[in-house]
Design a protein around this ligand. Structure first.
Ligand SMILES: [Zn+2]
Length: 195
């Protein structure tokens, strides 16, 4: 959340916020700027063996398939919103892309995960579409996100529900609603995403 990973020239100004800096052989500098202190840095030659990485669920884009998602859904009584935000179940989705994926899959954020097991195919399709479009647009800049080269992402204009409270649903015209789910603002269409 609001953290930044930057690759930049070695002689840049010293950071003011909490930052970890690493130096590459090409005299570039890798900076991890972590103003809100949610992140961590670990040095390892075997990343997968780090407990923080070993405990993650399958990567939403690279590893998750329909069968695995169906099993994970069937085993959880959590609401879909909390289920998808839990990195131990599925890794790689934050609040914005959970909202977008659920809208694309026409699933209500409060639907219990196990009741959506039969719709794993459409949920996975929604997850992949939300992430692929965001990657193609280099991420979503709502306030201060920048990519590793310091550029803002262009994905905000492509969002279907996130940040669009009160605006018409892009499919049915019903005003998009916002409610707190799992402690985070959740945006959804009450007509397209019925419980
Ligand atoms: Zn709608």
């Amino acid at each position: 959340m609001t953290g930044r990973l930057r690759v930049q020239a070695l002689l840049s100004r010293a950071p003011r916020t909490p930052t970890w800096c690493g130096r590459s052989p090409e005299d570039a500098e890798l900076r991890f700027v972590d103003a809100r202190r949610f992140g961590w840095v670990a040095a390892s030659c075997d990343v997968d063996s780090l407990p923080e990485v070993a405990g993650l669920g399958p990567d939403a884009l690279a590893e998750l398939d329909v069968d695995r998602l169906r099993v994970l859904l069937a085993a959880s009584g959590a609401p879909l919103k909390a289920f998808l935000l839990d990195q131990k179940r599925v890794a790689g989705l934050g609040n914005i892309y959970v909202c977008e994926a659920l809208f694309r899959a026409r699933l209500h954020p409060r639907t219990p995960a196990r009741r959506a097991a039969g719709r794993a195919t459409q949920l996975l399709r929604g997850i992949r579409a939300a992430l692929r479009i965001a990657l193609a647009n280099r991420g979503t800049t709502m306030r201060d996100f920048v990519d590793s080269e310091g550029r803002s992402g262009d994905n905000a204009a492509a969002l279907l529900v996130y940040g669009r409270e009160g605006k018409p649903c892009r499919i049915c015209g019903e005003p998009v609603r916002r409610s707190p789910e799992a402690g985070r603002s959740t945006f959804y269409c009450p007509r397209c995403q019925r419980r």
